[in-house]
Design a protein around this ligand. Structure first.
Ligand code: AMP
Length: 522
């Protein structure tokens, strides 16, 4: 069957699918109701019947218990969800969104997707995203960092040498990335972000403000009855989100609220929005300072260009704030579609550079980064192994020794012979792989989280301190393979490990069947 390359922006709030058509133009594929942008919301009408998109968003605002929104924030966790008597996972919910996006696109062939992820997604989140696509029946060509996709959309790679700052404020996530373009190639120099910061936080702030205003206008018991009614609050939140969008082009807006027998017209203006969200906007500037500091330590002396991505970057005060701080006017073109369009370009590149037979199965397909004209991704977080502290007399202290630093260009391969056995005749060595949990690299175990765990067994007659060689290989989409070897016997462990919080193969199979049997409509 013909493979159709797609760029899929699987967003926290909204998702978009794009492709490159026969004429070479990048086109967004409209959803079931003819719109470019599909809210990433799933509403369960029955156990096996779901709606995805705008209608789901409306239904969920009236009946929140049977809907799921912002599932991307739970990717990589093993957070079970119970809907209409059935258990779901973040992967299966995301798979339902992906399935609807692809079904609605009406492509004639097997979907082969470049799926975008926030640059700071760690391994567990990336693995979960790939699993979601597999469950949805999509061949995964690559997982691509969202700011990297945006840079491709803006055509920056072919525009001459320069350093670019990407500012991406979506519905639920903020990413900022420094990209250096040299001789037609682009390298991600540094990346940072916050995965609980986006347009929906602005909505929540405006909701608080509106509720304060409503409480001042009605009796207490009327107000309490209103706030106890989740359908009313849900409907108000939808109106507030629309008002927020309007405030990007107008100075003032009235929101009508039905409360008890009354209709209240509550005013909202741009100044309200800027005051109530000032600290959220400042957080993005603080993260930019951090990413600029990281870039400076890697030799970047100045930024030549700023690009804005994500629907929430349309908020006018943000471009003004960036211009004040960076002295540059930001480019803002198609911010909601930029990521999917860049991903479509990447999918097209990969599909023309791959031989058709190697595309048959996702597991067989190993995308290769071409040296020219391609943005090179970096690993967002440091990766290492847990080691016992040989200087601790009690033998109780262990710490994480990082082999791969944050912001290392991918793909990468790191090997070390610096670790050894502790005991004479030690028969096995436990290999626990950790990745940095916060934004700063630290060897302390609690500042890292475990992503892989395995055991190199069958060692015999070795003295204490025998070398165990460890190799980390990271592919461009962030998949990690860890190899541990004892050189004298040649015993090797290719980690048969698990990534915590991600579904296993058996569960994938079960979820694939469950998703395939669910009727999905847009
Ligand atoms: P994205 O995840 O990139 O689709 O961004 C979605 C977020 O952008 C949502 O929180 C939207 O409310 C927000 N958004 C969309 N359009 C605008 C606009 N014109 N002004 C402000 N925020 C917007």
């Amino acid at each position: 069957m013909t493979l159709i390359p797609l760029g899929i922006d699987l967003g926290t709030t909204n998702s978009v699918v794009a492709t490159v058509d026969d004429t070479g133009a990048v086109v967004v594929l409209p959803n079931a109701v003819g719109r470019d942008i599909t809210p990433s919301v799933v509403y369960f009408e029955a156990t096996d019947e779901v709606v995805v998109g705008e209608e789901a968003r409306q239904l969920m605002s009236l009946d929140p218990d049977n809907g799921v929104a912002r599932i991307k924030r739970q990717m990589g966790t093993d957070h079970p969800l119970h809907l209409r008597g059935r258990e779901h996972t973040p992967e299966s919910i995301s798979a339902l969104i992906l399935r609807q996006l692809v079904d609605a696109a009406g492509i004639a062939g097997q979907p082969a997707g470049v799926i975008t992820v926030p640059a700071y997604f760690g391994l567990a989140e990336r693995e979960a995203t790939a699993q979601a696509a597999i469950i949805a029946g999509i061949n995964v060509l690559e997982l691509l960092d969202e700011p990297v996709a945006a840079a491709m959309h803006y055509g920056l790679v072919s525009e001459g040498d320069r350093t670019v700052l990407v500012y991406d404020l979506g519905g639920g996530t903020f990413d900022t990335t420094v990209i250096q373009i040299k001789a037609g190639s682009a390298v991600v120099v540094a990346t940072d972000g916050h995965h609980h910061l986006g347009g929906s936080d602005i909505d929540d702030r405006l909701l608080d403000l509106m509720l304060t205003r409503i409480s001042q206008a009605v009796p207490e018991d009327t107000f309490d009855a209103f706030t106890d009614d989740s359908a009313q609050i849900g409907a108000l939140l939808l109106d507030i989100e629309q008002a927020k969008r309007d405030l990007s082009v107008r100075m003032r807006k009235e929101v009508t609220v039905r409360i008890g027998p009354e209709r209240l017209n509550i005013p909202l203006d741009r100044q309200d929005l800027e005051t109530t969200c000032a600290d959220l906007f400042d957080q993005t500037y603080t993260i930019i300072e951090r990413v600029l500091a990281a870039a400076t330590s890697k030799g970047v002396s100045s930024i030549d260009e700023v690009i804005m991505v994500g629907g929430a970057s349309r908020t006018p005060t943000l471009a003004a704030g960036l211009e004040r701080r960076l002295g540059l006017r930001a480019r803002l073109v198609d911010p909601d579609l930029a990521v999917s369009k860049g991903a479509a370009l990447r999918a097209h590149q990969l599909s023309v550079s791959a031989r058709p037979e190697s595309l048959r199965d996702i597991r067989e397909f190993k995308p290769v980064i071409a040296p020219q004209g391609i943005v090179i991704p970096v690993t967002p977080r440091a990766l290492g192994v847990l080691v016992e502290d040989s200087f601790d007399p009690a033998g109780e202290h262990s710490f994480v020794s990082h082999l791969v630093e944050a912001n290392t260009p991918l793909p990468c391969r790191e090997t070390t012979s610096g670790f050894g056995t502790i005991l004479t005749n030690q028969e096995s060595v436990r290999i626990q792989v950790f990745e940095q949990a916060g934004s700063v690299t630290s060897p302390e175990r609690e500042h890292n989280r475990r992503v892989l765990d395995g055991e190199l067994c069958g060692l015999k007659g070795l003295p204490a301190g025998s070398v165990i060689e460890i190799t980390f290989e990271l592919a461009v989409d962030g998949r990690l393979v860890v190899r541990a070897q004892e050189p004298s016997s040649g015993r090797e462990l290719l980690l048969e490990a698990y990534i915590e919080g991600v579904v296993d193969a058996e569960q994938t199979e079960r979820l694939t069947q469950s998703v395939a049997m669910t009727a999905v409509r847009g």
